[in-house]
Design a protein around this ligand. Structure first.
Ligand code: FAD
Length: 504
């Protein structure tokens, strides 16, 4: 029953994905494996990827990293959600916040009570009922509930991607991961099984293994190049294909949320960190050049640019299989969806979680584990894809060629079904293990101007005259609670014991 010798795992690539894999595997497979990570200093990493979603806590807690230590090491700030400004039309903005909006009554979702309130003319803006939105708008943050039976803020982080990789590298190396610096020049395969046997590095070095984790970024050297797993291109659904990124010093507000500002051919992100702001402009090259996109980005920074804008080209989509033969791809080597909802690092994390759950003791037949891994991964990616498409198709920016193009996109059936149910009476149902919950879908659908024709009959169970006072008291208490907590800056200063250091 026991393994005769430690499992030899080779991680190819040392960006965020590679070091996350090395850290997680060294923590959880531990003594049962020997782990080698190969990376090339000459190639470097993509160096972006600074906004996350709350599931990141599972990684940090799972690795046993102290929160303050994590924030100090990565210059992190807190994130309560994402502001989408101008996505419906210029001048309009909403926040897709983490956590719940409002409070349902029994099994009647809050969204339905709000829709009924709207039909009665007594409902305010949907965001008024979200503690996360109220705190974000007020620039405030706190952990824990500020009263009995009160909700807590749901949060994630913004962090410096390079510092994160450094932190994870230190963690993994302390737990025995061996780092080999070198250029992978060839990948050797077993002629009979097609499995990967070893990586051939410059200087005639070989790194042999039994299980290979491809984290070589967009190159996808192992899964794509070597094993020939085709790429499924989703550009027809998500047409943006380029980003320009530039850090700036911390002018502007120190917001506890990401900003996503709609632009004529895409959108701009602002991600506040303790020491600087991360900025980028994601756009569709059919509608705008890199020079135009860079100029627009530089004109809309809140502080001084700290470098020249760096273009990054990408194709949205993923490898048809995420695990082929004895190789699992993570991160950009597996595929990419634009950072609109900060899902890429999460996809690395959830793939690692899935791999740990499916890692067999006997590697001679991986076919069942592999099939399940691929089925679940495909489902997860498709649901996130649908959520991203929703932001683009439901826009009212008429007369702008890129946005007109987006409105005309023929959407996947799965999204069409979801939108049709919502259009009927605001119905939302979470499918399988999909990442985004009903509250996320609801906030974006409402924020993007989708108007349900009716509300669910469930909402008629609350007497009509109670709806207005219920909504009014909820909005008031939400706002009052948000005003009573510290500013984002004060909270971080206090937490890290560095009063005065965060000056934005
Ligand atoms: P990389 O960082 O490219 O690392 C690849 C590694 O492979 C490097 O170490 C390189 O040296 C090595 N390598 C490659 N070829 C060889 C070779 N021949 N020999 C040896 N080594 C080799 N994600 C989020 O979650 N939130 C965000 O806000 C976010 N924003 C993004 C914005 C943009 C514009 C882009 C493009 C991505 C963003 N992402 C974001 C995604 C995130 O950056 C990536 O998921 C994450 O950084 C993982 O990258 P990676 O490790 O797969 O690849």
């Amino acid at each position: 029953m026991n393994r005769p010798a430690p499992l030899e795992i080779v991680v190819a690539g040392g960006g965020t994905a590679g070091w996350m894999a090395a850290a997680v595997l060294s923590r959880f497979v531990g003594e049962a494996a020997s782990i080698t990570l190969v990376e090339s200093d000459a190639i470097g990493t993509v160096g972006v990827g600074e906004a996350t979603i709350p599931q990141i806590h599972n990684l940090i807690i799972g690795l046993g990293i102290d929160q303050a230590e994590f924030m100090r090491a990565t210059n992190a700030s807190f994130k309560l959600g994402i502001e989408f400004a101008g996505w419906l039309k210029p001048g309009e903005s909403y926040i897709h916040s983490f956590g719940y909006v409002g409070r349902g009554v029994g099994l009647i979702p809050f969204r339905q009570l709000w829709l009924r309130g709207r039909s009665l003319g007594v409902a305010g803006d949907y965001g008024e009922y979200s503690y996360n939105v109220a705190a974000a708008r007020a620039g405030r943050f706190a952990k824990g509930a500020n009263g009995p039976n009160q909700p807590e803020l749901a949060y994630a982080y913004h962090f410096d991607a390079t510092l994160l990789a450094k932190l994870l590298r230190g963690y993994a190396e302390e737990r025995g991961v061996v780092r080999v610096e070198g250029m992978i020049e060839q990948v050797e395969r077993d002629p009979a099984s097609g499995n990967i046997n070893a990586l051939k590095l410059n200087g005639d070095r070989h790194v042999a293994g039994q299980l290979f984790i491809d984290c070589t970024g967009f190159r996808s050297l192992l899964l794509g190049d070597t094993l020939g797993v085709p790429f499924e291109d989703w550009t027809h659904w998500l047409p943006c294909d380029t980003a320009v990124a530039v850090p700036s010093d911390g002018g502007g507000q120190f917001r506890p949320y990401t900003q996503s500002l709609a632009r004529p051919a895409g959108w701009q992100w602002r991600i506040p960190l303790q020491h600087r702001t991360g900025n980028g402009h994601v756009f569709c090259s059919q509608f705008m050049s890199v020079d135009e996109a860079s100029t627009l980005l530089l004109a809309n920074l809140e502080g001084e640019a700290l470098a020249d804008p760096r273009p990054i080209r990408f194709t949205t989509g993923h490898r048809r299989e995420f695990w082929s033969h004895n190789c699992v791809a993570l991160g950009l080597a597996a595929g990419f969806m634009e950072p609109l909802e900060s899902t890429s690092i999460h996809l690395v994390q959830s793939a690692l979680d899935r791999l740990l759950k499916l890692l067999p003791n006997d590697l001679t037949d991986l076919s069942t584990a592999r099939a399940m891994f691929n089925r679940l991964s495909n489902g997860e990616w498709a649901r996130i894809r649908d959520f991203l498409i929703l932001h683009y198709v439901a826009n009212a920016r008429e007369g702008e060629p890129f946005w007109d193009h987006c409105r005309a996109i023929e959407i996947p059936e799965t999204l069409a079904e979801k939108m049709a149910l919502f259009a009927e009476s605001g119905l939302l149902v979470r499918e399988e293990d999909e990442l985004f919950l009903d509250d996320s879908w609801g906030q974006v659908m409402i924020g993007q101007g989708l108007e349900p024709r009716n509300y669910s009959p469930l909402a008629d169970n609350v007497p009509g005259e109670d709806i207005g006072p219920f909504l009014a008291s909820l909005a008031k208490s939400t706002k009052t609670r948000a005003q009573a907590i510290p500013t984002h800056r004060d909270f971080i200063n206090q937490m890290l014991g560095c009063a005065g250091e965060v000056t934005q």
